[in-house]
Design a protein around this ligand. Structure first.
Ligand code: NDP
Length: 316
């Protein structure tokens, strides 16, 4: 029997190419997407064999939808061997915050809170996996880390003391630190939360369950639609800049293969790890475990974030 992986945001970019890579490696892929038709067309366009995947709708911004996804998944009688939390939004140009159905700021709701709930619910499914090596992987990014070149460009992420979480993250709260709305920082903050969640999952559950929890930075995948909400000129120049100036550019195909490795290859069975291939891409460069930012390795913050997030998503 095939191993099964759930991939959030598999309708484009890194998630789509990871779906393709894993289906080629013999996995059964559950594409967890908000737009079923778009996901179907995307899978078709990459010639993924019809019997290698299914699509189940999910809107990660909506806690109700996340719960509904999990019950639909279970009704299908599928087993879960790996979960890939990949979906994200990046809205650098908006002036006013958008809100999720439950009233949370939309970037944090989609990138962090929806995945936080999904991970907690699907831990039960992963525990039941018959695989000797179940895994849960969350996408990170270099921009979470001001210690790295790619993370030095302002605004820098700063969760503060999680004042925004403690205050409920509803209007008028828009940011993790309770300060003024800044959409680029909102994205970076949410990615710090992703890394903290991965590390706290590892601390709480790795020994107990044998599940491998990890994150990765696949490189700068400058051509994904992640940048669709940026200025058109930025979208044109960014891939060229990353290719020729910073050397950080990675194709969607290669990013998909890297993610598939972290999900499936034996070398990546290391819980708590954050994998990177470096900022400047070199041919055949090997991956290594990279130190995450001071905020993202703060164990007290991870625990506090866990408790406050659990309250916001209705688990506590
Ligand atoms: P894309 O925009 O191409 O893909 C994002 C995916 O998330 C899409 O499938 C999108 O669906 C989905 N999504 C967005 N909002 C929701 C929602 N509310 N519910 C369900 N699905 C949703 O971006 P990338 O492929 O570039 O990004 C994927 C991941 O990789 C992100 O976590 C990002 O932080 C990370 N990453 C990206 C890098 C890059 O350079 N591109 C670098 C480092 C990390 P839809 O198609 O319907 O919009």
């Amino acid at each position: 029997q095939k191993s099964t992986v759930v991939i959030t945001g598999a309708s484009s970019g890194v998630g789509l190419y990871a779906a393709k890579a894993l289906s080629k490696r013999g996995w059964y892929v559950v594409m967890a997407c908000r737009d079923v038709e778009k996901a179907y067309n995307a899978a078709q366009s990459l010639n993924m064999p019809q019997d290698s995947y299914t699509i189940i709708p999910i809107d990660l911004a909506s806690l109700g939808s996340v719960r509904y996804f999990v019950s639909t998944f279970r009704e299908k009688g599928l087993s879960l061997d790996a979960l890939l939390c990949n979906a994200a939004i990046y809205m650098p140009l908006i002036k006013e915050p958008l809100r999720s159905p439950e009233g949370f700021e939309l970037t944090m709701a989609t990138n962090h809170l929806g995945h936080f709930l999904l991970c907690n619910l699907m831990l039960d499914d992963l525990k039941k996996s018959s695989s000797p090596d179940p895994r849960l992987v969350i996408l990170g990014t270099v921009t979470h880390n001001p210690d790295e070149l790619g993370g030095k460009i302002p605004p820098r992420p700063d969760l503060g003391e999680l004042e925004g979480f403690a205050a409920g993250f509803q209007d008028p709260i828009t940011m993790a630190d309770g300060k003024k709305f800044e959409p680029v920082k909102a994205y970076k903050d949410s990615k710090v939360c992703n890394v903290l969640t991965m590390r706290e999952l590892h601390r709480r559950y790795h020994e107990l369950t044998g599940i491998t929890f990890s994150s990765l930075y696949p490189g700068c995948v400058a051509e994904t639609p992640l940048f669709r909400n940026h200025y058109p000129l930025f979208q044109k120049l960014f891939p060229l800049f990353q290719k020729h100036i910073t050397g950080g550019y990675v194709s969607q195909e290669l990013a998909g293969e890297r993610v598939a490795d972290v999900i499936a290859a034996p070398e990546y069975k290391q819980s708590g790890a954050y994998w990177s291939w470096g900022n400047r891409q070199k041919k055949d460069r090997q991956s290594f475990v990279q130190k995450v930012s001071p905020q993202a390795r703060d164990d007290e913050k991870a625990e506090l974030l866990w408790d406050l997030s659990a309250k916001l998503v209705g688990l506590a």
